[in-house]
Ligand binder design. Structure first.
Ligand code: PLP
Length: 386
């Protein structure tokens, strides 16, 4: 039989909905995919060329577990420059995608019985890993009334002497919420006062529309208690490459490196060369992608708000709309399932991101304007038929 701990492991519903949608497509149905969180753009050409060149030059061997020295240096420089600080390359660990930073980071810092506060609704893997490790998941409600920010008083009420870590995600999946510098400063003060770690998931730090990104790493003393999660998946449309990185105090970075040795040996070598080219090359493609995401955001949010019974806040970052669908009178999971089967639009129930996501759907607008228009028409038709 399976090990007991596996019963505590959660999952990411997006992949299950994608499989359901593909099964319908196999039966000849046309489905518009607004469920999966990945840019629909191709990886910029010069990044692909850098990987091909690395392969041709024989970069096909094992590398150091924590990453190639040249890549750690380049990633430290880029992440430091963006946050106005110096980052020691020894504090950087390169991982296959950013997700292992969650797993290895929590494995390095969280003991059974520790409490970890995490955003709810939020990326489902946080809760999954916390539970898997035998720690206590403490949900912090992220609410529409608060413009999907963090309610400081509510956060303070959740802190106990057992609080080991707080997970913060800005810009946020699934809500598009963005924390201000003031929010980050206040949360940092709490982390210092109560002595807990911050897992700062900044994977969407470059996908912002009308807000600025501010990092815990930019505040004095915070790099000592911050585990930064970053990566190339979203910014450079590199989801399938599997390239992410952690920035952490040296002892924690060394432990994440050791877990890499135990689990992956290293991140694919030629991928790391592509990652260097991404950070050091022209950024025009990133800017163009963000501009296009902004047009799609405006299109989908206006379109959703024009449908009776749906109310959608304007997201400030990432590429998700998180409309309130309570007035449609059915639970989010049923609505998402009916939209898929009856309207051919794949979305995710807000509850895929935790219990506080009830009453909401997540639409990923990483799809063409044409498909977004079609999806809006289909949702409008479905809602009209209720
Ligand atoms: N963090 C958040 C908030 C995400 O939405 C995702 C991907 O969906 C990740 C981390 C993981 O990124 P990667 O694909 O690089 O593992």
């Amino acid at each position: 039989m399976l090990a007991k701990a596996t019963a505590r492991l959660g999952t990411e519903t997006a992949f299950e909905v994608l499989a359901k949608a593909r099964a319908l497509e196999a039966q000849g149905r046309e489905i518009i995919h607004l469920e999966i969180g990945e840019p629909d753009f191709d990886t910029p050409r010069h990044i692909v060329e850098a990987a091909i060149q690395a392969l041709r030059e024989g970069q096909t061997h094992y590398g150091p577990s924590a990453g190639l020295p040249a890549a750690r240096k380049a990633f430290a420089e880029a992440a430091g420059r963006a946050r106005g600080i110096d980052i020691d390359p020894d504090c950087v660990v390169i991982t296959p995608g950013a997700k292992p930073v969650m797993f290895f980071g929590m494995l390095s810092l969280v003991d059974p019985g520790d409490e970890v506060i995490y955003p709810n609704p939020g990326f489902p893997i946080y809760e999954s890993v916390i539970r898997y490790l035998g720690a206590e998941p403490v949900p912090l409600r992220i609410s529409e009334e608060n413009d999907f920010g963090i309610d400081l008083e509510e956060l303070e009420r959740l802190i106990t002497p057992r609080t080991k870590m707080l997970v913060v995600n800005t810009p946020a999946n699934p809500t598009g919420g963005v924390l201000s510098r003031r929010d980050i400063e206040q949360i940092a003060a709490l982390a210092q006062k109560h002595d807990f770690w911050i897992l700062s998931d900044e994977i969407y730090s470059r996908i912002l529309y009308d807000a600025e990104h501010f990092s815990f790493m930019s505040l004095p003393q915070m790099p000592e208690r911050t585990l930064l999660l970053e990566g190339h998946s979203k910014t450079y449309a590199m989801t399938g490459w599997r390239l992410g990185f952690a920035v952490a105090p040296k002892s924690v970075a060394a432990m994440i490196g050791k877990l890499m040795t135990n689990c992956n040996s290293c991140t694919a070598t030629f991928t790391q060369f592509a990652g260097i080219a991404a950070l050091q090359g022209p950024q025009d493609d990133v800017n163009a992608m963000v501009q296009e995401f902004r047009r799609r955001r405006d299109l989908i949010v206006d379109g959703l708000n024009a449908i009776p019974g749906i109310r959608c806040k304007m997201p400030h970052g990432a590429f998700y709309a998180f409309p309130n669908v309570r007035a449609l009178g059915m639970n989010a999971a049923t609505l998402a399932d009916r939209l898929l089967r009856e309207a051919g639009v794949a979305t995710l129930a807000g509850t895929s991101f935790g219990a506080h996501g009830e009453g909401y759907l997540r639409f990923s607008y990483a799809n063409s304007q044409e498909n977004i228009r079609k999806a809006l028409g289909a949702v409008r038709g479905f809602v009209g038929s209720l």
